[in-house]
Design a protein around this ligand. Structure first.
Ligand SMILES: [Zn+2]
Length: 125
């Protein structure tokens, strides 16, 4: 029997259930009383990707600039990153998410990469 995933839009609860394929469309009731809907994203194979950590030394900053640079990048809409204590940029998540975050950061940083000697455009990753 396949596993089906459900999510409640009301309270955010997620659930999984083994059930026969014939019953895959049957609604599941959440403990908050609402109906849960099928969560196709959660059911996609990608969710089983292992957590990874991508460290980008080349997109890093000097240690003295970590706070300032974090703030500046967050203001520019970059949220899925952190700087390691040595200044390297780190992206965490499953392999897809981490890579997406890295590419997004590369794009944002790339716009202003010229004139920043501590960053090497060709050395991402
Ligand atoms: Zn609910």
């Amino acid at each position: 029997m396949p596993t089906y995933c459900f999510v409640c839009d009301e309270c955010g609860k997620k659930a999984e259930e083994f059930r026969p394929m014939a019953e895959c469309g049957k609604a599941m009731k959440c403990r908050c009383g609402e109906k849960m809907r099928r969560d196709y994203v959660a059911e996609s194979p990608g969710r089983h990707l292992p957590e990874v950590e991508i460290v980008c030394v080349s997109m890093g900053v000097d240690r003295s600039q970590i706070a300032e640079e974090t703030k500046a990048l967050r203001e520019r809409g970059l949220t899925d990153f952190e700087f390691r204590s040595d200044g390297a940029m780190v992206f965490k998540g499953d392999a897809h998410a981490a890579r997406r975050a890295r590419d997004k950061a590369a794009a944002v940083i790339g716009e202003s990469i010229e004139g920043r000697p501590w960053r090497d455009k060709d050395g991402f990753n």
